[in-house]
Design a protein around this ligand. Structure first.
Ligand SMILES: [Zn+2]
Ligand SMILES: [Zn+2]
Length: 209
């Protein structure tokens, strides 16, 4: 009986994970699937499932919900271009270093996106894109689809500020000893004056006498 329960439990968990797409398995948005129906996603990604680079740390879940659908462009009788539209929103909290004192700064991110992915090469050699193509945010996909994780990574990196400071009046680090001046005062002198300037000052004060 215990065995049976465990098995059922595992089975159920596996099913739920699959339905919500949060099993940790990368979610691939496939053209063949989109040809049948749009794909709705509701993802909950743990820190580490998407690599945002060394400077940005995800803290807590990243939630992403939205829909991927196929948009077919007909060019004449025979050419059909299959674009993928991905729209939705994401929310997550990140940590990055304060640009002045390097202490961790928390950044809450909530971001909406509406993107159009065209097949790589679809616009090659074209002089101009259609108005809709220029207005929307255009990217390209290669092969038979795209990874949702790649979409989300790009959107996060676009949405986070390049620099963050821990607080408006952050005093930063002492340029001489490297101490965090928000936490402690150091005994470093004010920047030493260049002796050549002191000499000039002396001459000047003599002239002014
Ligand atoms: Zn700071
Ligand atoms: Zn110092």
């Amino acid at each position: 009986m215990l065995n049976f329960c465990l098995e059922m439990n595992l089975h159920l968990r596996a099913c739920c994970a699959k339905a919500s797409g949060s099993s940790g398995v990368p979610m691939f948005i496939q053209i063949q699937q989109l040809e049948v129906h749009p794909i709705d996603f509701d993802e909950k990604l743990d820190p580490g499932q998407i690599d945002f680079g060394a400077e940005l740390q995800q803290t807590g879940d990243l939630r992403a919900t939205g829909r991927a659908q196929l948009i077919e462009e007909h060019h004449g009788k025979h050419l059909t271009i299959q674009d993928i539209r991905v729209n939705g929103e994401l929310a997550a909290t990140f940590q990055m270093a304060c640009a002045r004192c390097l202490e961790a700064v928390s950044q809450k991110l909530a971001h909406k996106f509406d993107l159009l992915y065209r097949p790589l090469g679809a616009d090659a050699g074209k002089e101009e894109l259609s108005v809709t193509a220029v207005e929307a945010e255009i990217s390209y996909y290669e092969g038979d689809g795209l990874l949702l994780e790649d979409v989300l990574r790009e959107q996060v990196l676009l949405a986070v500020p390049l620099k963050a400071i821990c607080r408006e009046d952050c005093k930063g680090l002492c340029p001489h000893c490297g101490k965090n001046l928000n936490l402690t005062q150091c005994s470093c002198e004010e920047p030493l004056e260049d002796p050549r300037w002191s000499a000039l000052k002396e001459i000047r004060s003599k002239l002014e006498q």
